[in-house]
Design a protein around this ligand. Structure first.
Ligand SMILES: [Zn+2]
Length: 57
């Protein structure tokens, strides 16, 4: 369970899928791909997700 955003470290995140979260501050979605790895997605105007790549926490 993720309780904060790995990008801005704020706790105002929402769960949008089984392993997918949304940050209200960054306006991005992210999913954990490992214990210390996550994948970022930006949300396009039409609602689709585009991957921003995988990073380490
Ligand atoms: Zn954030």
């Amino acid at each position: 369970m993720v309780t904060y955003c790995p990008v801005c470290n704020r706790v105002d995140i929402g769960k949008v899928g089984a392993n997918q979260y949304y940050c209200w501050h960054c306006c991005i979605e992210f999913s954990m791909t490992g214990k210390h790895r996550y994948r970022l997605y930006s949300i396009e105007d039409d609602g689709t997700l585009s991957s921003l790549g995988e990073e380490k926490v």
